[in-house]
Design a protein around this ligand. Structure first.
Ligand SMILES: Nc1ncnc2c1ncn2[C@@H]1O[C@H](COP(=O)(O)OP(=O)(O)O)[C@@H](O)[C@H]1O
Ligand SMILES: [Mg+2]
Length: 257
């Protein structure tokens, strides 16, 4: 897999398969290449990308969306709604070294959010131009893409372990992308927590129904004891031993341009 500049990489898959772990490691790779700032987007309401990269977001776009709906009712002239939202979105971004983090938060409630969502999308589009690399930790259903609160995807990374549910979710995501208006570039499959070539064979056999050529790359990652150890202490993946197998494999399989 080759990650080019000015691209959006989205990581999707069933919960528990390793999306957040792989997203954080991808971000680490991009950051270490020092080719420009990375914008990390936490788009899974139940995710903890912040913890995985050792950063904290105080306010999510979900909160801003709800508050703006309220705020727009009593809006004062002077500041346009667009400027207001742009400011709020900008303020919500946590800033780190070579990496900023934005959290999408929960999906909207029952109110009418079309206008706010389109403003949010506009400010995200504008804002995203400042980052050569954007990496999104997605929810399995790709909600933000279906609702068009996010832009297109250049690299869709699908993560699964050797599990029928995980593999079924890959199939569902593929179906979903076919029906989405969002444009999707390359699709890359991450077979995570593979202990042997035999595991990989089994996983690939379970993926048989998927047409050949669907994935531009299949990347097999091991079950890594360093990741397990780090998980127990709640540490950030940026603190993972630089010599960990999983990291070496990712460095080998993924190049950054
Ligand atoms: N390659 C791996 N080796 C060891 N543990 C892993 C690996 N990938 C993920 N895990 C562990 O599996 C659990 C779920 O991973 P996570 O990245 O949070 O999944 P998701 O974001 O898909 O829900 C975590 O405890 C994580 O540490
Ligand atoms: Mg997660």
């Amino acid at each position: 897999m080759k990650i080019r500049q000015n691209t959006i990489t989205a990581v999707a898959g069933k919960g528990g398969t390793g999306k957040t772990t792989i997203t954080a490691l991808l971000i680490r790779l991009l950051r270490e290449r020092e080719k420009g700032p990375v914008l990390a987007v936490d788009a899974d309401p139940s995710a903890c990308l912040g913890r995985a990269v050792g950063m904290r977001v105080d306010e999510s776009l979900g909160t801003i969306r709800e508050e703006s709906l309220e705020e727009f009712r009593k809006f004062q002239p002077g500041l346009s709604k667009k400027e207001y939202l742009e400011m709020r979105v900008q303020e919500s971004i946590a800033e780190g070294r070579g990496l900023d983090l934005l959290s999408m938060g929960r999906p909207e409630g029952p109110g009418c959010y079309c206008f706010i969502n389109s403003l949010i999308r506009e400010s995200l589009d504008r804002l995203s131009r400042a980052y050569p690399y954007i990496v999104i930790d997605c929810e399995a259903g790709l909600e933000h893409f279906s609702r068009r609160t996010a832009a297109g995807i250049d690299y869709l990374c699908m993560v699964t372990t050797l599990s029928s549910m995980g593999i079924a979710t890959v199939g569902e995501i593929l179906d979903l992308t076919a029906s989405l208006k969002t444009e999707v570039g390359e699709k890359v499959l991450f077979l995570n927590r593979m202990n042997s070539a035999r595991d990989e064979e089994k996983a690939l056999a379970m993926l048989e129904g998927i047409p050949e050529g669907t994935f531009s790359a299949v990347i097999r990652l091991p079950d890594d004891e360093n990741v397990t150890a780090l998980d127990l202490t709640g540490g950030s993946l940026f603190d993972l031993d630089g010599d960990a197998d999983i990291l070496n494999l990712m460095k080998e399989k993924i190049t950054v341009e």
